[in-house]
Design a protein around this ligand. Structure first.
Ligand SMILES: Cc1cc2nc3c(=O)[nH]c(=O)nc-3n(C[C@H](O)[C@H](O)[C@H](O)COP(=O)(O)OP(=O)(O)OC[C@H]3O[C@@H](n4cnc5c(N)ncnc54)[C@H](O)[C@@H]3O)c2cc1C
Length: 391
């Protein structure tokens, strides 16, 4: 099979790239290791920056999000038992975020690719990029016991942190930057009314907690936990009890509990690899970087990568202009590092760090108190949370 862009991975990065390219008359094929059902069962991000929602609308996949998503103009930070509202809209000249689950974004992207005749090959095993440093790269894979080959002009590595694309870049070229945090997030999804209309980020002596939501009857709650918790040790009752203890009292009184419909532990990590281009291979999204979820940036960064990459590819195929592709890595990384900094800062601001006892705890409390008393500090938080500009 021949195409213009071979895309590895049908997560949000890969499908959004394929959709945007299609709308500009550029052909692509997406190879995905998992089944579609598996991809659609993953519960992940849920807070979308305005830049991302604008991209989804421009890519003709924003209609259901605009009907069913919730616009949030603020969120709360709680510490010392008190809630402090961060008025995003007032602090940023009217900017907001959209609460709409990543799973729903995936569903909308699959539906759009199907409606436009896009080629997505799921359950593709042993996907391997070849000759990406040369002029004629290709991908091989196995499906239902048969070998497949896709010849393409460019390869987009959109295959997440554990994918094969990053490994196709020689170690002598690639530089990795990493920080692993000494804890994780234990999360549940529950078909209960959220404890608050807006998110509450909690700094608590027992550990961080987050009250998030997906809709009026779907709550997403997290507590700081060990990086590798045994879920068998966390029956729902134990989760609810621990979560309730970390909520401010007036919110705890309103908490509605119920059976979890999903429960998982995510380790927290900051990671960036440089460069994001090697020959005709371009990395995008989690394939190139990871942030701890505290700043709600992972999915949004995947989107900004696709913004830069799709523009570079469109300019190349439409006008023969290679400058966007040449500057892709540099432009994407400039924004990525700012989001890495913000996610790292939010993580330090809100979590209990075992090594922080004493002095570190007092500094953290002073920083929280300064934050909620200073319009300058709040503005900085708000402008990062709603998303820094793409350009
Ligand atoms: C548990 C969890 C919770 C998260 N919560 C948040 C959150 O609250 N807020 C936030 O902003 N972000 C969150 N994130 C991060 C966010 O989900 C990711 O940043 C986002 O999914 C990145 O999209 P992607 O398309 O780049 O990668 P992915 O979504 O990982 O997609 C990569 C795709 O490539 C496929 N693939 C992998 N290897 C291969 C291969 N060898 N061959 C073919 N296909 C392959 C995978 O199956 C997958 O479908 C969370 C992530 C996780 C894991």
């Amino acid at each position: 099979m021949k195409t213009q862009v071979g895309i590895i991975g049908a997560g949000p990065s890969g499908l959004l790239l394929s959709q945007i390219l299609h709308l500009h008359g550029i052909r692509s094929v997406v190879l995905e290791r998992r089944s579609r059902d598996y991809v659609l069962s993953r519960i992940r991000a849920g807070v979308l920056e305005q830049g991302f929602t604008d991209m989804l609308r421009a890519a003709q996949v924003g209609a259901r999000m605009d009907r069913e998503g919730q616009i949030h103009e603020g969120f709360d930070i709680a510490f010392g038992g008190k809630r402090h509202r961060i008025d995003l809209a007032a602090l940023t000249g009217g900017k907001t975020v959209m609460v709409y689950g990543q799973t729903e974004v995936q569903r909308d992207l699959f539906a759009a690719r199907d409606a436009m005749g896009g080629t997505i090959i799921t359950e593709a095993e042993d996907v391997t990029p070849h000759d990406v440093a040369g002029a004629a790269p290709y991908l091989t894979y196995r499906k239902d016991g048969s070998e497949g080959r896709i010849d393409c002009e460019f390869v987009a590595g959109c295959d997440g942190f554990h994918g094969v694309s990053r490994k196709a870049i020689p170690e002598s070229v690639l530089k990795n930057f990493e920080r692993v945090y000494p804890f994780g997030w234990l999360g549940i999804l529950s078909e209960t009314a959220p404890v608050s209309d807006e998110l509450i980020y909690m700094n608590h002596e027992r550990g961080f907690a987050l009250a998030s939501l997906r809709s009026a009857n779907l709550s997403r709650y997290y507590i700081q936990s060990a990086a590798e918790e045994d879920l068998a040790q966390w029956p729902d009752e134990r989760f609810w009890e621990e979560f309730r203890r970390r909520l401010p009292a007036e919110a705890a009184a309103k908490l509605v509990t119920g059976p979890s419909v999903e429960k998982s532990v995510a380790p927290l990590r900051s990671f960036v690899c440089e460069p994001m281009r090697y020959g005709r291979l371009f990395l995008a999204g989690d394939a190139a970087h990871i942030v701890p979820p505290t700043g709600a940036k992972g999915l949004n960064l995947a989107a900004s990568d696709i913004h830069f990459l799709s523009r570079g590819l469109i300019d190349y195929f439409r006008k023969g202009d290679e400058s966007g592709l040449q500057r892709y890595s540099e432009k994407a990384l400039a924004r990525i590092w700012k989001a890495e900094r913000f996610s790292w800062w939010m993580t330090h601001l809100l979590h209990v760090f075992p090594e922080n006892a004493g002095f570190g705890e007092r500094i953290q409390r002073a920083e929280l108190e300064y934050l909620v008393s200073s319009r300058a500090a709040l503005t900085s938080l708000a402008e990062n949370y709603v998303g820094l500009p793409f350009e």
